[in-house]
Design a binder for this molecule. Structure first.
Ligand code: G16
Length: 539
């Protein structure tokens, strides 16, 4: 039944910040998916005798892709595939299952927060045996292979039924269909004080979890409603849909506006959390209050002692360079390790594997710890609930206490979307060459103290990565410029801006950062080069 099918390469199968992401219609081209999967298998020396975890966020085309991958895995001699029932596994649950089973690798079919449906995006995240996404050197190898592939192997058989939990065999390959929630729930029970959170809900604490019609809906119902006792109906948009019900499943102030509107209304519950398509991102809101992701990382770190699993201490914390510096002040105060890494969760993994850090997070609504090697949306919400249950304070009080202790970092990210790739590349190259000349100059009242590219040397494998350009100003303000690695429509220029105020915590962030945005536009000549006089998206 094994067929060897001849194919010709596609030249655009390069992985970005987190796996490969393409328009669904691109992936539907003949042999497109098969070429990528076979190239992946080939470039890691084949998968004969290996065990992989397979799942996804249920987006459009996942059902077809799952079947193709199962048949290719068997044809390539894989020993075992562990698959989430009906093909569902959130990205954090996938990492959890991979680690628990000591699997060799994992494939999560997701384009994360990108929209779904036939006109949306499809993606594959590839994790290695440490539970985290593969390093850039492995993705480069896969990319090289995609450019020379001539054939792939696949079984010519009927589709496999993934609706029953249990074991079945395909040729010599074992397929274990698992409950996608069970292992993940057990892990969360081992980290947090579930009894304290149960009491909190019992006391009438009102709560909404918005799953954005994506994969964590069933996880939310099980964990928050059934196990922790949040009232039925607390989980909104709980049914995973292939097109996310038309939503852009990215939990931020723009794409989760419905939730923000609820939280700023007079009917707002005490707490709201939201996740993205594959459940690795999170947004935290209190009554008429939004917690910026950079602050959230810093607040969780400062409050680690409320969580049973971290009570004995944490080794350190890391953030991406683009993320605000709020957590740096916490690390200094707690006297724990502190690292800044390039954007991309994979860059935290060596630090976790080597015991250098326990927590990590990014401005792009991602926070997690070394319990897995991915960011974890539900983990972050449980962490907040656990702090609230222990302190009896609201989201706003906890955040204000934090600002009082450390000062407030005003922070926003401004995106300029759909730029011609060559224009964006040239903009970054020219900006980089001009950076040294900015030092000492004053722009609209902001004096540049230093300006340089962000270059990271991984302390474990010694690999050097350049990612983004940084401009620091006297007084603690900072601008970071970088190009996104997750888009599917031209280039997105991301401009991350922060300022620091040790005393005044009630300024409006857009107003506070307006002048610095103007400075960023001048430094990078954004309008002249892109024709855009304002960002397309502010988060
Ligand atoms: C991925 C990565 C994150 C990164 C984010 C945005 O998240 O895992 O590390 O911060 O993309 O990356 P970029 O700025 O390059 O678009 P996700 O949730 O999309 O997997």
């Amino acid at each position: 039944m094994i067929q060897t099918i001849s194919t010709t390469p596609y030249l655009d199968q390069k992985m970005g910040t987190a796996g490969i992401r393409k328009k669904v219609k691109t992936v539907m081209q003949p042999n497109y998916l098969e070429n990528f999967v076979q190239s992946l298998f080939d470039s890691i020396g084949g998968v004969a005798g290996q065990t992989f975890v397979l799942g996804g966020d249920g987006r459009y085309y996942n059902d077809i892709a799952l079947q193709k991958i199962i048949k290719m895995a068997a044809a390539n001699g894989m020993k075992k595939l562990i698959i989430g029932q009906n093909g569902y596994l959130s990205t954090p649950a996938s990492s959890c299952v991979l680690l628990k089973n000591h699997a060799d690798g994992g494939l999560t079919l997701s384009a994360s927060h990108n929209p779904g449906g036939v006109n949306g995006d499809f993606g594959i995240k590839y994790a290695t045996s440490n539970g985290g996404q593969c390093s850039s050197s492995i993705s480069e190898k896969i990319y090289s292979r995609t450019k020379e592939i001539t054939s792939y192997q696949i079984l010519d058989i009927e589709d496999i039924d993934l609706s029953y939990i249990g074991v079945q065999y395909l040729e010599d390959m074992e397929i274990e269909v698992i409950d996608p929630i069970k292992d993940y729930l057990e892990m969360m029970e081992g980290i947090f004080d579930f009894d304290a959170i149960r009491k909190l809900f019992k006391s009438g604490f009102s709560f909404v979890f918005d799953a954005m019609n994506a994969v964590t809906g069933p996880y939310g119902i099980k964990i928050f409603e059934e196990v922790l006792g949040a009232p039925e109906g607390s989980v909104h948009q709980a049914k995973p849909l292939p097109d996310f019900g038309g939503l852009h499943p990215d939990p931020n102030l723009v794409y989760a506006k419905h939730l923000v509107d609820l939280m700023y209304s007079d009917d707002a519950p005490d707490f709201a959390g939201a996740n993205d398509g594959d459940g690795d991102r999170n947004m935290i809101l209190g009554k008429k209050f939004f917690v910026s992701p950079s602050d959230s990382l810093a607040i969780l770190t400062d409050n680690y002692h409320y969580i049973p699993a971290y009570k004995k201490g944490i080794a350190g914390v890391a953030k991406s360079a683009a993320t605000s510096t709020a957590v740096e002040r916490v690390a200094k105060n707690l006297k724990i390790n502190y690292f800044e890494v390039p954007t991309g969760w994979k860059n935290f993994c060596n630090l976790m594997d080597s015991g250098r850090i326990t927590f990590c997070g990014e401005e792009s609504f991602g926070t997690s710890s070394s319990h897995i090697r991915e960011k974890d949306g539900i983990w972050a919400i449980l962490f907040w609930l656990n702090i609230i249950a222990k302190t009896g304070k609201s989201v706003e009080q906890i955040t204000r206490d934090f600002w009082k202790k450390y000062g407030r970092t005003y922070y926003l990210r401004f995106d300029f979307d759909g730029i011609d790739t060559s224009v964006a590349d040239q903009l970054m190259a020219d900006l980089e060459s001009k950076l040294p000349s900015f030092e000492g100059q004053t722009f609209d009242g902001y004096k540049v103290s230093r300006a340089h590219p962000f270059i990271y040397q991984d302390p474990v494998d010694g690999q050097t990565t350049k990612n983004g350009l940084l401009v620091y100003f006297e007084g603690g303000a900072r601008i970071c410029f970088r190009l996104s690695g997750t888009g599917t429509n031209g280039a997105t220029l991301r401009v991350y801006i922060e300022s620091y105020d040790p005393i005044n915590f009630d300024k409006d962030s857009p107003q506070e950062l307006e002048k610095l945005l103007g400075v960023a536009m001048i430094l990078a000549e954004i309008e002249k080069r892109t024709g855009k006089n304002k960002p397309d998206l502010t988060t």
